[in-house]
Design a protein around this ligand. Sequence first.
Ligand code: HEM
Length: 404
Amino acid sequence: MKKIPASDIDLFTDQSLADPYPLYQELRDLGAVVEIERNGMYAFPRYREVREASGNWQVFTSAKGVMMNDQVNSALEGVTLCSDPPEHTRMRQVLGRPMRPEKLRELTPRVEQEAERVVERLVGQGSFDAATELAERLPLDIVSELVGLGNAGRAHMLEWAAATFDAQGPMNPRTIAALPKMDEMVAFALNEAKPGTLKPNGWAAQLYAAAEQGDLPVEKCPFMTIDYIAPSLDTTIYAISSAIHLFARNPEQWDVLRADPSLVPHAINEALRLESPVQRFTRLLTQDSEIDGYPLPAGSRVVLLYGSANRDERKYPDPDRFDVRRKPSDHLAFGRGEHVCIGMNLARIEMRALLEALLPRVSRFELLKAEPALNNTLRGLGTCRVRVSRHSGSGGVEARRRRR
Ligand code: HEM
């Protein structure tokens, strides 16, 4: 069998987090499996292995945590993300109820209205920060209200979410700094987010109602509340501002989309492929395995590098190019298999509503300032200031909406 290549790269310096792509290229060139010496783990940097591991929970378990440090892996034990079937299936079935297609259909007009309102106001300003003023509004105003934590929870959701993803890194200063905030969120979920304080009929309250009906043990409810708090905001927020950033840097792609708004769902996939908001989760190997001729022992922790897999040249020709006609619906930004993102359709509705509101109004985004938001797990922008050139006519998008 082949010897696993080793790398001493550090994926977590400020510079690596700001621009991980040259490092990912280096890892993909080294092999399908690479030992990341400084983290004591193995990485899968290519598409095929990330996809296969995501679809094989029996060998690549999530039940021992999917983060890069033991402390957070044990703190979050019991959340849906960190479990395997059959326990996982039972929790996921309840967790996904508010995101069923009929529920999302009901929600869509409200998301679209809010998107129109936000975009109309920002475009009227002439310039705005897409990372905050544009991208945060729908997740914060709509999703946090749907979860229904009440004012105390809502005020903290954004900082808890960012901290939870930061705390998923290896034990570096960024992780250590984030731990108290993550603990605060866990304590809130355990002690305060209870029926009575939760918005009646909100997503979190529905978990307790399901427990009362015997659909799941009540002690699972606080952890499943975390499943709604942590991944529903920053992920989508970063996806939105990265898309705007891509269009600002590739104005001809905005022209293509304006000429053919039916490409919006593909443009969303392409933006997610190129700038995957979740860059990595891990798995633990349950048995000795052979991956592309490399021996991996049981007990190894493997990092699935979504952000690298989605730029694998073996899978996507000219992978660094943003091309809204590419149609990469098999990208891995939402994962695959049992744990595929439960909120992906909600995220898509939010992204689509904003792009469709922007298309008829904006003919160009001029990038004024962009700064990355450095996070141990997520990739996105802290600032994405753009000036917009306005378009006064109503384009094909409006016409298509009216037909729906
Ligand atoms: C663009 C936005 C989003 C991205 C890129 C994203 C990414 C991901 C990824 C990669 C996974 C797979 C985890 C794994 O395989 O271990 C995942 C799972 C998950 N996501 Fe998302 N997510 C997004 C939005 C959301 C939203 C809006 C919600 C909630 C409303 C959400 C809730 C979840 C939950 C609960 C899981 C765990 C599912 C399970 O373990 O079965 N996500 N997400």
